[in-house]
Ligand binder design. Sequence first.
Ligand SMILES: [Zn+2]
Ligand SMILES: [Zn+2]
Length: 555
Amino acid sequence: MATRNFKTFWDIEKEKTWRIYVLFAVLILLYFCPVFVLWSLIKFFIDIRRTLYRAGSSFKLFGFDTFVVLIIAAVAAGIHWYYSNKGVVSKVLRFLGAKYPDKRDKYHNVFQNVVDEIETAAGGFKVERYVLPTGAMNAFALADFSGRRVVGITEGLLSRLSRGELQSVIAHEISHIVSNDCLHTTITCSLFSLYSEALVHFNKTLSRHGSQPIPAVAGAVPQNVATVGLLSFPALLLLFVTDILGQLLNMFISREKEYRADASAVRLTRNPVSLASALYKIGTHWRGAGYGGEHIAAIFILSPLSRKFDEQEDFLATLFSTHPPLLKRLQVILHLAHADLTEIIRHVKEAKTIKTEVEVIKPVLRFHAQNKEKWQGPYTILQLQSLEWLEPGTRLRLIDHDEVLRAEEVPALSYFFQQRNDPAWKMRRLCPDCRKWLIVQNYEGLYLWCCPFCNGLLAEGDKLPRIFVRREKGFSERVQRLAEVMSDEAKKKRPHLSVLLSMSNPRPCPKCGQDMVHKFYSYAYHVEIDECQSCRLIWFDPDELEILQCLIEMG
Ligand SMILES: [Zn+2]
Ligand SMILES: [Zn+2]
């Protein structure tokens, strides 16, 4: 039994306490030192003044007052501890921009199923699941005193790992939670590093405000810059101090925990090769540096920053680094698998070329449909699904045929009638051009709205990053050629172009009806889109989403 290898809850409880006491002692010391120095200086100067009137100094460095200083430090440390640990999991999740898995996303459902499996294998542990909407490759675990346990993964990792690799990564994260080292990591992060993380966010917000469009009032700009600078300086200083402290405390988060979690993941999944190839994939991709989370690196499977330092094994590196060297980790795992690294590398090496798909022109069936005794159409199967009045009993006639049949007798439509009661189908939107109902369509594991009459696509802006990291879809040569032309154009024209484009008749938003803004997707990608500024819905003309996706994959 895999669960036998884990310690019982009470063993863990006993073991965790000493580390937590040490952490608290460090915190008291942290407050004690400056207060003690300050108090000693005050005492010293009072003593000097007193010796001016009376002979003989009564200065003593330690005394009853030292005890009072210690109490003050302990109270301050207690307050610091309390506020740092209060809702720490929510704080970290907010900084990382973590989202609940989307129930209507195929990839997210695979993630949920894999977590279910590993929970069972680990003895029925229950964890909360989160997804980070970034193309970076990483995974993390969090736990706090209130009993919250969280496992999270980035979209990038979710879209690039095989199921076996995903199992290994989740097993690694759940092992951190089961062995409880996750709690120490989270507490250490909450006490020190989280402040650095908060300051980074603070600075980012400031600089974002600083770089806003130039205001009309003259003189407003320098003032703004000055404020930013003035506010940033103490913030940066504080960042520096807390960061150093956080780094120092990484010694409590020993590198050993990563080896232990790797070993435990192999026990749970019985698949060392998958774990090795997952780690290799993560190690050779962008892990999220710059996205956030660098200061709380310890919670991730591999540090978001790739520092040379982390790949060393000497005393200092062991002390300050949150993770052991990747190569060493791989060697340990591969030893278990009796495999060698070149095998893994060969296994992982993904073709960097873009998947080409042959555009098949299938003969499309078209039907006339009878509405109120009148024959209308012809319509394709998809177009029929967009008709408000289509019922299972609606009479259909195949084009150029006399035979009449009921709509539910057409296999593709009978599936549609079953699906029609799903809430996503009921949430109807009108095509901004044809004014026909859009229908829900699967696109790389997600649901988008599509117009069967003009082939336009409607997507929620926050779903696009998921589409861009997924590599399921191939592109026809036509789309690839269009993408190449556009990328050349973007390179030539970039400096002079604005993202906003004018349109004589703005399209109405399919959700709220307001005018959408016609623009390029970005300066780098000259794909024309229409975006509703309040609903964040984006309308793509035929092929445009594919072209954009192809452009992004071409890099
Ligand atoms: Zn349309
Ligand atoms: Zn809208």
